[in-house]
Design a protein. Structure first.
Length: 112
């Protein structure tokens, strides 16, 4: 009976470990890698709309809400689920805001 309990405990521990590791390995969907971040940042209207969504100044479209959720999660987890392409894009966003709109970037970080 003790051996059976030990085996059951090992199986449970392995399942928990697989769930934890599986969650860490789950990356964002590849369509996010296709976004042209520099082009989007250069588009004042697009950037204004996404900022309004992020700061809850205006309603979000479904796409904006999706991007906002992924962006907040990436900031909160230091891009844990990002592909290498996404990590570069997050760096591009960070550097762009720090250089061009540091006050807005400060607000972004305060509202994560």
């Amino acid at each position: 009976m003790t051996r059976l309990n030990s085996i059951a405990l090992i199986i449970v521990a392995m399942n928990v470990l697989m769930c934890v590791l599986g969650e860490e390995l789950e990356l964002y969907p590849p369509e996010l890698d296709e976004l042209d971040v520099p082009q989007l940042l250069a588009d004042d209207a697009w950037r204004g709309n996404i900022e309004d969504c992020y700061f809850k100044r205006a309603p979000c479209t479904e796409e904006q809400k999706y991007l906002e959720d992924k962006f907040r999660y990436a900031l909160n987890t230091n891009c844990k689920r990002c592909t290498e392409t996404r990590k570069k894009c997050m760096k591009t966003v960070t550097e762009w805001y720090e250089k061009n709109q540091p006050d807005t970037w400060k607000l972004v970080l305060e509202n994560v």
